[in-house]
Design a protein around this ligand. Structure first.
Ligand SMILES: [Zn+2]
Length: 307
């Protein structure tokens, strides 16, 4: 039996898998706990796994493998992953950030290893990439990426069949790449001009006073000003996709995340045109496609870590 765990800045989701097929049992989600001691999220996860076991009628000690797909960044302490996620740990930005804790990190791997025999923690975009490579739109592709365009922007990268992890498991934090010195684009990480600070769902709301869903709806309905704003978002996001194509010589990029998936038909040709407008020697033969697992990518990301 496997525990599939998804940790985000807003919610924690847990489900179980018997090891046969893709069925997820006892699925549940809760707001991420951000009060108490800094192992509160790990204790929440373990309690939720036990509750899922009780609901599914499975003895809790039968669940000994845990896959964790989590928002990053990570830091390692004694080789174990701890979260250093700005939306969870309030101790980095200080009280002005408004989180109800002073955690510098939230230990995840060490407490879970006291409960489970096997634990694998990966960045959520890396885990989603693995799910897309196994069951989705990236099956059979050796040079590929998964890019999520959602509240934030994240990337999982794969070259020559090897998923890139990096020294602390933080490879693919492409949302924090510099794309513009536009100084209205203050990123949650403190940088100015990061990709995420310009195009992510939370940036759209902050920059244009309208959430991304409403903006896209107006653009699709023919509102010229909204369409122009979306074109500019696609120019920046498309240029970021070009950047990773130029760096990694990719064959295929799978796109997910709520901003993209709810508007794939409108956004995909615009992103594709931007990528293809640059240096054909690098961009020809690189396809952009919607995530094959659609909005289920997140559900299967943690499971993909245990296959
Ligand atoms: Zn940033």
């Amino acid at each position: 039996m496997k525990a599939c765990i998804d940790i985000g800045g807003t919610k924690v989701a847990v489900s179980l898998n018997t090891g046969a097929g893709l069925e997820l049992l006892g699925k549940r989600s809760e707001p991420t706990i951000k009060t108490g001691s800094n192992d509160a999220v790990a204790r929440q996860v373990i309690r939720m796994v036990d509750e899922a076991c009780a609901e599914a009628g499975i003895p809790a000690d039968k669940v000994q493998r845990a896959g964790v797909s989590s928002a990053g960044p990570f830091v390692l302490r004694a080789g174990m992953v701890e979260l250093s996620t700005p939306n969870i740990c309030g101790g980095m930005a200080g009280p002005a950030r408004g989180l109800p804790n002073d955690w510098l990190t939230a230990p995840i791997e060490a407490p879970l290893r006291r409960r489970f025999a096997e634990v694998r923690v990966e960045n959520d975009a890396v885990a989603a990439l693995e799910a897309e490579r196994r069951w989705g739109a990236l099956q059979g592709y050796e040079h590929c990426a998964y890019v999520t365009w959602s509240t934030g922007v994240g990337m999982g990268l794969c070259v020559a069949g090897r998923v890139l992890r990096g020294k602390n498991g933080n490879a693919g934090h492409g949302g924090h790449m510099f794309v513009s010195d536009n100084d209205e684009a203050l990123c949650g990480c403190g940088n100015i001009g990061d990709l995420e600070a310009l195009v992510a769902g939370n940036a759209v709301a902050r920059r244009f006073g309208s959430d991304a869903a409403a903006l896209l709806q107006h653009a699709k309905a023919g509102d010229a000003a909204a369409a122009q704003t979306v074109d500019e978002l696609c120019r920046v996001m498309g240029r970021a996709l070009y950047n990773i194509t130029a760096l990694l010589d990719l064959q295929r990029i799978s796109l997910g995340g709520s901003v993209f998936l709810h508007n794939a038909g409108y956004l995909l040709p615009r992103l594709d045109a931007e990528v293809k407008a640059h240096l054909p020697a690098l961009t020809e033969g690189c396809e952009l496609v919607p995530a094959g697992l659609g909005d289920k990518v997140g559900d299967y990301a943690a499971l993909a870590l245990l296959v």
